[in-house]
Design a protein. Structure first.
Ligand code: IPM
Ligand code: MG
Length: 360
């Protein structure tokens, strides 16, 4: 039976970059015998424009029925004035929560061909390969109570709640330990246990789970120190596991270590292997529609989709090899061109397709 992929292109550069990943899927079908069915649906600002909802019911239904979701990007200045629940970001947050996509994998890999792109000294980042595992459906992003209330005298007060139950910590910890076992078996858990009770429990549960993974070397860092270590000596890290908010922040830092956020994919997985795959960069409204965006993060997200949800590790590897080959051939989009010659979004996608064909 063929796998079903829901394709949610979204806003800004979303449709352009997803179009390039779809070219690769066509090639995988034609030349590599991959059997997949694709269904497109609206999300984010596009969902609001077409159905008055950043996560239309039909889109949610489609995603529930799919084996995996390929996601572009959401958001744009035209939607910033909408009330909070109608904003594009809410569509993505609700989709993560509705599907229970609790484990967010954000690799930060420095391609040797792009070593000059990093703002850090080459010796600090050469060979960098970190995996951040971010809890994605709990913590302060979703904790109750939340809101803005009026105090006596009319002053307003805003509040959010950072909350984790033991089972939520345990499942993300297991997810991170499992990934560490497939890599260099080093896991660093990041929290703020010197100040927050929620982090105290986090540390206790992660330490408890570690007993089931005697081969993994576990360490703990406070988040302020972790952010410092990431720019001081990033290669000390293999896998990092952390909560929703800390992971949001640290994964942007880690992305920038590579100097090319346009290269970084991500996966958000549920307990059963279903996942949503999206580039780490956003919708970049300033360059939307101009053919300037780098499609490689989306193409590499497709590789993660093949590996984690479709269990097609060989095809995933082929895509990653093809991306490496086009970089070796000198193809660069504007964001990674370092002032040199650059190609368009579509030219980059075509180059990867050509490189992939050669591997058939
Ligand atoms: C991310 C983004 C989202 C988040 C926004 C768009 C809601 O920053 O995926 O990191 O904060 O999770
Ligand atoms: Mg973020």
């Amino acid at each position: 039976m063929s796998a079903r992929i829901a394709v949610l292109a979204g806003d800004g550069i979303g449709p352009e970059i997803v179009a390039e990943a779809l070219k690769l899927l066509d090639c995988l079908r034609a030349d590599f015998g991959l059997e997949v069915e694709l269904d497109a649906a609206a999300i984010g600002g596009a969902g609001y424009d077409q159905h008055g909802d950043p996560l239309p019911q039909a889109t949610l239904d489609l995603c529930r029925a799919a084996d995996a979701i390929l996601f572009g990007a959401i958001g744009g200045p035209t939607y910033d004035r909408l009330e909070r629940d109608l904003r594009p970001e809410r569509g993505l947050l609700r989709l993560r929560a509705e599907l229970g996509l609790f484990s967010n994998l954000r690799p930060a890999i420095l391609y040797p061909q792009l070593a000059e792109a990093s703002s850090l000294k080459n010796e600090l980042v050469a060979g960098l390969d970190i995996m951040i595992v971010r809890e994605l459906v709990g913590g302060i992003y979703f904790g109750q109570p939340r809101g803005i209330r009026e105090l006596e005298g009319g002053e307003r007060q805003a509040f959010n709640t950072m909350v984790y139950a033991e089972h939520e910590i345990e499942r993300i910890a297991r997810s991170a330990f499992d990934i560490a076992m497939l890599r260099n078996r080093k896991l660093c858990s990041v929290d703020k246990a010197n100040v927050l009770e929620v982090s105290e429990l986090w540390r206790e549960v992660v330490t408890r789970v570690a007993a089931d993974y005697p081969d993994v070397e576990l360490s703990h860092l406070y988040v302020d120190n972790a952010s410092m270590q990431l720019v001081r000596a990033p290669k000390q890290f293999d896998v990092i596991v952390t909560s929703n908010l800390f992971g949001d922040i640290l994964s942007d830092t880690a992305a920038m270590l590579t100097g090319s956020i346009g290269m970084l994919p991500s996966a958000s997985l549920d307990a059963g292997g279903k996942g949503l795959y999206e580039p780490v960069h956003g919708s970049a409204p300033d360059i939307a529609g101009k053919g300037l965006a780098n499609p490689l993060a989306t193409i590499l997200s497709l590789a993660m989709l093949l590996r984690y949800s479709l269990k097609q590790a060989r095809l995933a590897g082929r895509i990653e090899t093809a991306v490496g080959n086009v970089l070796n051939q000198g193809f660069r989009t504007l964001d990674i061109a370092d002032g040199g010659h650059s190609v368009s979004t579509a030219e980059m996608g075509d180059a990867v397709v050509a490189a992939l064909r050669e591997l058939a």
